[in-house]
Structures are given as C-alpha cells and as structure tokens.
Design a protein around this ligand. Structure first.
Ligand SMILES: [Zn+2]
Ligand SMILES: [Zn+2]
Length: 369
C-alpha cells in the first residue's frame, strides 16, 4: 500500500513528507493506522547519529493508533483495537523471560537496524529501500507495521494523543522510579534534566508519596512545571558562577537533608552526571537514562566509601505490555497526572515541534495526522 511518511534523506537533514510503498503485514506483523506519535529526543538524536548508508530512514517510536490488519500468527490483537506502540523484544531470551525486555539479546536488531531480521525493509520508494522498523514501528507515518511484542492494546475511550508518549518517554521516567529506585515516602529523589522523561519520573515519585523531590534544570519554564508535582527547583545558572558544580551538589544535599537516596539523570552531560553521583546520600542510587556522551568522570573513592550505585536503564526497566496499562491506571486514579505535559501539533509542523521542545517552551510534543 501507499502511505505518507516523514522521512529523513541523509544524516542531519530535516524531515520531508513523502509517499512510500509499505508492505502488507507478514504473519507476525500488525498494520496500524497511526493517529498520533510522540516526538522523543531519540528521534532527533538518531537523525544525526546513524551512518549515511542507513538513509533514507523513517523514525518515530511513540506511535498510537488503530489496528487495520493482523498477520495470521498474531494472537491477542484484533482489527479495530486501539494500540500504543513501544520497543520490540524477542520474548524468548533469558532477559525477556525475566521481564526485562529492554535488555533483550536481539534488542539492537529488533529496534535499530532499520530492517526486519531477514534484512528486508518494510518500506520502499521507486523500488529502492527506505529504512524503517525503528522500534518495530517507524511511526512518523500514516501507517506502520508493528508486532505483538510491542503493541499494547488500550481502552478505546482513551485519547491516543495523550497516551502515545506512554510507549517510551513516560514509561522510561516512571519506570526509573517504579521499577529501579522503588522509593518509599521517607526517600528523596533528585532529577537532573526535567523534560518529559524527568517529569514522568517526578510524577511517579509524587504518586509514590516521596517526601522530598528536587528538580535541576537550566530552564525556568521546566522548573515551573516540576513545581506543580511538588519538586523544589534548582537552576544552576542562578548560582554563583565560580565552582558551579560544587554549589549544585551542595544545594541538592541541603534540600535532601544530606544527599538524595535516589537520582535520575536524563541529560547525558558528563559534568551533570558527575554532579548527580556526587549528590547522592550513602547507599544512594543514580539511574542513567540519557542518550548522549559516552563517558563521564566518577569519584571512585566517594563511590566506594559511600556504597553508591550508578546504573543505567533502558525504558526504565519497563515491559511495555505491563507498564503502559499500569501507568494508564495510575493516571485514571489521578496519581500520574501527565496529561498537561502533552502539546499536539499537526504532523506537518514537526519542525516547529522540535524547535518548541528544544527551547523549553513545551514539554512533550505529540504529532497528529
Ligand atoms: Zn529477548
Ligand atoms: Zn524514546
């Protein structure tokens, strides 16, 4: 079939809207008419990170829509179902069997290689391949092929625009708190970088009744949003310019009564990661969520003497088939109130959406057809 996609032709280029040929669903595939797709930082990063031979490429990995066709081998999904799309996993390797699908043995192939496991692309244009299968969806498109392992069937009464980001950004932040840190009311949390992922972490911590939540960000607009969830803001640009890192750490320690029991970093900026580790209390844990700089400095003596833990997490250790429904339930109960973070844009305005989120004018852009 023909469908319209937002395609990137070469590394670093803008999105262009074009028609491509999309295969019909194979036995293990599900054809979804996309209604809304969240714009996640990873979409913007991949546009510049992937090698030239992996273009043209269609990104988009927070899709939500309506099932139009179901392959013969797919169970539990029917034509007409409303679905939220998330990351793919094989559901058979040891990590998948333990419910830790973000660390699936086949994760790289299933989510990032731009094609199916057999090397075929789902899309083409004038007979030439168009790379896609991004997170098993490439949902910057009017139609996408997805799989039983990354389609979460949701209630038809839900607004697909509001819940599209549950498939990545929101479950990543919330999962870092609910699955990894598992704080109690007596704990404290500091979040470095409060975009959509950081704010979802804060909203989840608020839902868990965490007493002390601190948000660190350079954008006053973001700190204002964090304050709505009970987070005290720290804006490093307002501290004295000399020895800024030490001051940020001291301020966080002051606000958390000696150091945070849990920290989340979404920035992937080496100096910020260093501060995040420094601002932990003894036995505290830092969860690294950002995609960015490959290395950062660690004070190994502080780490050892205080029994601190630094660990990474994919999608907040979430299995979307469980986490997305859990967050929808929390949201319904009024305990994970992230609806106001979403701002919808017509797909054609994807450029404006990127500009607005980068400038901090909005938190979570969701593109709608
Ligand atoms: Zn697996
Ligand atoms: Zn994402």
């Amino acid at each position: 079939m023909r469908t319209t996609v937002a395609v990137v032709h070469a590394p670093g280029q803008d999105f262009a809207f074009e028609e491509v040929d999309l295969d019909g669903p194979r036995a293990d595939e599900v054809l979804v008419r996309i209604v809304a797709t969240g714009l996640c930082h990873t979409d913007i990063t991949m546009r510049t990170m992937l090698p030239a031979e992996m273009f043209p490429n269609v990104f988009g990995h927070e899709g939500a829509g309506v099932v139009e066709e179901v392959g013969a081998d797919v169970d539990g999904i029917e034509v007409g179902d409303h679905v939220v799309l998330s990351l793919r996993s094989c559901r058979a390797c040891p990590r998948c069997e333990a419910g830790l699908v973000g660390y699936c043995d086949s994760s790289l192939f299933l989510n990032y290689l731009g094609m199916r496991m057999d090397g075929s692309t789902t899309m083409s244009r004038d007979g030439s391949p168009v790379f896609g299968s991004f997170f098993g969806q490439s949902s910057f498109a009017q139609h996408a092929l997805a799989y039983a392992d990354n389609c979460v069937v949701v209630d038809k009464s839900l607004d697909l625009t509001r819940i599209a980001p549950y498939g990545c950004g929101f479950q990543t932040g919330a999962g870092a708190v609910l699955n990894v840190l598992k704080p109690g009311p007596e704990d404290s949390l500091v979040v470095y970088g409060v975009g959509a992922v950081g704010l979802a972490a804060i909203a989840a911590a608020q839902a868990e009744g965490v007493a002390t939540i601190v948000a660190v960000d350079l954008m006053p607009s973001r700190l204002e949003v964090a304050a709505r969830y009970g987070a005290v803001g720290v804006d490093p640009s307002r501290l004295e310019p000399n020895d800024l890192g030490t001051q940020v750490v001291e301020r966080v320690k002051e606000l958390t009564g000696g150091g945070a029991t849990g920290a989340v970093d979404t920035t992937a900026v080496p100096e910020v990661l260093r501060q995040a580790a420094q601002s932990l209390a003894a036995r505290g844990q830092l969860v690294v969520l950002g995609l960015g700089a490959p290395e950062f400095p660690v004070d190994a003596i502080d780490l050892m003497q205080n029994g601190k833990v630094i660990r990474g997490s994919v999608e907040g250790d979430s299995d979307p088939l469980e986490m997305v429904p859990r967050l929808i339930e929390l949201n319904r109960a009024g305990r994970f109130d992230v609806d106001d973070l979403v701002v919808s844009y017509p797909f054609a305005e994807i450029g404006a959406a990127i500009e607005d989120v980068t400038a901090g004018r909005i938190v979570k852009p969701v593109l709608v057809w």
